[in-house]
Design a protein around this ligand. Structure first.
Ligand SMILES: NC(=O)C1=CN([C@@H]2O[C@H](COP(=O)(O)OP(=O)(O)OC[C@H]3O[C@@H](n4cnc5c(N)ncnc54)[C@H](O)[C@@H]3O)[C@@H](O)[C@H]2O)C=CC1
Ligand SMILES: O=C([O-])CC(=O)C(=O)O
Length: 339
């Protein structure tokens, strides 16, 4: 074994991944939008996940190439590419988990809500197909604006009579990944030991890291808290600006998406104490959807946790996000119920 291969293997094992086939139940995972900037690296990471035995890669075009490429990796999952709407049903059949990174990304100067016009219709169509072909599957929604696309998916599934709130997740893991990275960097902590709760939604002020509950606990000045909070809230925009017109976060999102998908699969497999943060149907606040800590189990969401004790800065943050989050949810519900 050469040293590069050995180093790679160590990294994969440290992150809970391994090349060898583990004794896990058979699980089919489908990626919708698999030929895209997120879709490709996410498909790679799901191919080397020990929790996946079948990987279906769907996009409107380009998936045969991605599937041929990823399929040569010597890990357990059998890979198949599906291109074009006429093959969507076949791709979805028998799925345990469907991950959706389909749709357009931001360019500098745009908000996530500016993507609604195009992505709302894409998400509605894909969710309808999920409701028809694999209504029992868990859904990991990555497509933006997540604050609206999750309500769109919920309403679409309701119309088909197959909505299960425990199985629909808005993926906010990248916000947690960023908050951990920024907090560890700022305070010179070992990032592997760091946790930072992030609650709310997935856009601007609706992203609220709770540094008062971060572990390990270290002293932060109010200025440091404000700077870290704003950097987490604007993390997506930081990448959009750095990419200067060539899209938004793809690699860190693929990593975050794979972490969350693996957690969903570990929950399905009956592993105990699988905790993540996700934007789900919730009664933690007066809003019908909210992101907070959840426990994952064999049927999806097993428990939703409250916000814990908030300081005044965080209480103000929750208050400030409510109008924007509320109107994004309303917008999604209204769109899904139009014609
Ligand atoms: N939840 C989160 O934290 C994050 C969400 N995103 C969002 O993820 C989405 C995808 O971003 P990228 O991969 O960078 O975009 P991209 O443009 O590189 O890829 C999107 C893919 O979706 C495909 N697609 C379009 N319509 C489709 C349909 N009806 N069915 C299947 N596939 C379809 C396209 O062909 C393309 O391959 C964007 O909406 C972006 O804003 C991005 C980063 C983080
Ligand atoms: O900022 C964007 O448009 C993409 C995204 O959601 C993120 O990177 O958090």
């Amino acid at each position: 074994m050469n040293s590069l291969f050995r180093a790679g293997k160590q990294v994969l094992q440290a992150s809970g991944r391994a090349f060898s086939a583990a004794a896990n139940p058979d699980r089919k995972v489908v990626v919708l939008g698999a030929a895209g900037g997120i879709g490709q690296p996410l498909s790679l990471l799901m191919k080397i996940s020990p929790y996946v035995s079948e990987l279906a890669l769907y996009d409107i075009a380009g998936t045969p190439g991605v599937a041929a490429d990823v399929g040569h990796i010597n890990s357990k999952a059998k890979v198949k590419g599906y291109a074009g709407e006429e093959n969507l049903g076949e791709a979805l059949k028998g799925a345990d988990l469907v991950i959706i990174p389909a749709g357009v990304p931001r360019k500098p100067g745009m908000t996530r809500d500016d993507l609604f016009k195009i992505n709302a219709g894409i998400v509605k169509g894909l969710t309808k197909a999920i409701g028809e072909h694999c209504p029992g599957a868990l859904i990991n929604m990555i497509s933006n604006p997540v604050n609206s696309t999750v309500p769109i998916a919920a309403e679409t599934l309701k119309k088909l009579g197959v909505y299960n709130p425990s199985k629909l997740f808005g993926v906010t893991t990248l916000d947690v990944v960023r908050a951990r990275t920024f907090y560890a960097e700022k305070k010179n902590l070992n990032v592997a030991d760091v946790d930072v709760p992030v609650v709310g939604g997935h856009a601007g002020v609706t992203i609220l890291p709770l540094f008062s509950q971060a572990t390990p606990s270290v002293d932060l000045t109010p200025e440091e808290v404000d700077q870290l909070t704003k950097r987490t809230q604007d993390g997506g925009t930081e990448v959009v600006q750095a990419k200067a017109g060539k899209g938004s976060a793809t690699l860190s999102m693929a990593y975050a998406g794979a972490l969350f998908a693996d957690a969903c699969l570990r929950g399905l497999n009956g592993e105990a104490n699988v905790f993540e943060y996700s934007y789900v149907e919730s009664d933690v606040t007066e809003l019908p959807f909210f992101s907070s800590k959840i426990k994952l189990g064999s049927e999806g969401v097993e428990e939703i946790y409250g916000l814990g004790e908030l300081n005044d800065y965080e209480k103000a943050g929750v208050k400030a996000m409510i109008p924007e989050l509320s109107s994004s949810i309303e917008k999604g519900i209204k769109f899904a119920n139009e014609a």
